[in-house]
Design a protein around this ligand. Structure first.
Ligand code: TRP
Length: 335
């Protein structure tokens, strides 16, 4: 068995965009090809319920995200790829961990505190619209991780506090009931690959400035044409380091292509031309995967089959550890 177990979850509330692809999906799929690492990828649909109360959105997003990862080459025979809600062991562990989690610890969680602070700032009751789901979010995340004794968890900076809490909860459990859980290490993804969006800020659903990953060609072209530029005319030299067009170019370009475009900027390439070339570059990288994506979306039953096989593998891993946990806390047969 590989000694390094990498685990990561993707909350199923949105449609993947180029920023997700460059910053998270592409590097994760590349890393999953390393035979020395056992990789767990899951659709965090129970987490999605915390912030999204629109059943259709959750359902569609689950389908789109699953199709995206498969279309981009995640190999479900080499990794464990599953939907969180298909693994009831996780929710059971979540409750057991809830009973070990200090309320004072969870009071400090950023997401919960931000909601309370916003309420107070607006003169509302501090707990207005705060659910127990939001409050307990870090415990569910700890259960996701500890259920598989993951050793490495790649996350964005905003999630590091949750990882610390998972370690805290694991430590407390181990201290009380004996060594059951591995303490997971946080792997902060700090590759410079934060993509800029249409308006030049970080590409993010909350800024409404994204380019969805698998747009049809015409739509992709249209979105790229909307990337904000300055008013310099063709023939006037342009600064690549202040340009979103160039920043996105770089995320898809080889070293030579990057140098080449830098030179073209200096030579005064027109924005229209630069965007046309950017479209071609991105499209070349995504066209085949887009075909697979469209084919998968047309046959959601095929995606479901993959997820069910993944859930069976995940449950086979989870069951022995859950049995150990149950025994440790005193839940086991009488005879
Ligand atoms: N909360 C994470 C996010 O919003 C998603 C997630 C859920 C996760 N469970 C996890 C990530 C376990 C890593 C490990 O990005």
């Amino acid at each position: 068995m590989a000694s390094k177990r990498l685990l990561t979850g993707i909350t199923t509330t949105g449609t993947p965009h180029l920023g997700n692809y460059v910053g998270a999906i592409r590097p994760a799929i590349a890393a999953s090809r390393n035979p020395d690492v056992e990789s767990f990828f899951f659709l965090a649909d129970l987490h999605a319920l915390i912030k999204c109360h629109d059943p259709e959105r959750i359902h569609l997003s689950t389908k789109e995200i699953a199709a995206t990862w498969l279309a981009l080459g995640l190999d479900p025979d080499k990794v464990i790829f599953y939907r969180q809600s298909d693994v009831p062991e996780i929710t059971e562990l979540c409750w057991i961990l809830t009973c070990q989690s200090a309320k004072g610890l969870l009071n400090r969680a950023h997401a919960y505190k931000a909601a309370v602070d916003a309420n107070v700032a607006e003169g509302q009751d501090p707990d207005y619209a705060v659910t127990m789901g939001l409050f307990s979010y870090p415990v569910l995340m700890a259960a996701d991780i500890l259920m598989f004794n993951a050793t490495h968890v790649p996350v964005g900076k905003d999630q590091t506090q949750h990882l610390e809490m998972a370690r805290d909860i694991a430590q407390r459990f181990n201290h009380h009931f004996g060594e059951v859980f591995v303490l997971p290490e946080t792997v902060v993804q700090e590759n410079g690959d934060v993509l800029q969006g249409l308006d030049g800020r970080k590409m993010s659903k909350s800024y409404n400035n994204t380019i969805p990953l698998f747009l049809a060609e015409k739509q992709l072209q249209k979105h790229i044409n909307k990337i904000k530029t300055n008013l310099l005319e063709p023939g006037e030299p342009k600064n690549p380091d202040e340009s979103t067009v160039f920043q996105i170019w770089n995320a898809f370009a080889s070293v030579e292509q990057s140098t080449d475009m830098r030179r073209k900027f200096a030579e005064g390439i027109g924005w229209g031309q630069a965007k046309k070339e950017l479209f071609e570059l991105i499209n070349a990288e995504l066209a085949e995967a887009r075909q697979r994506y469209d084919a998968l979306l047309a046959k959601p039953g095929d995606i479901e089959t993959v997820l069910q096989a993944g859930a069976a593998k995940a449950r086979a891993k989870a069951a022995p550890l859950l049995a150990k946990v149950r025994r440790a806390v005193g839940l086991y047969p009488l005879d």
